[in-house]
Design a protein. Sequence first.
Length: 172
Amino acid sequence: MYRTLPYLALFAATALLQVFLFDNLSISVYLNPLIYVAFIVLLPLDTPPAVLLGAGLFTGVVMDAAMGTAGINTVATLPIAFLRPMFLHLICGRENLREGGIPSPERLGRRNFIDYLLLMILVHHTVFFLLEALSWSHLLHTVIRILLSSLVTMAFVWIIVRIFTAKLPVRI
């Protein structure tokens, strides 16, 4: 995997922002942005599946340790790491992904990138909040949390994507 140092910085930035800023925001019970998914979203397109799963496992374990959750982040992060290649092939097609590069609005197209980002965040948040609730009795409450938190997370991840990919040429 190329560009190791920028990805380590991205991981550190998203983890520190999540732990020290976003976990301490008390905006509403319905808004819980989980921005650390930006690390998995921004991994290069040609990342091998084993590396994706390893990155998802590492990210989830670090977040669980830092946030004091009992494996919820790991269980929610592994499915997006596993399903990421399928989502990319579904949204962009195989021809666009063969060249590799970093997923960005310029590389994938704005609409495709938004679809990819939304799909990744919705899957992550659905698993996370369903495990957090651990009950079907408040399903409407949980669905509202999933949707609102996904929208807020998407906005913050979009900002992170714009910062991380600002100086990159389109085909890298």
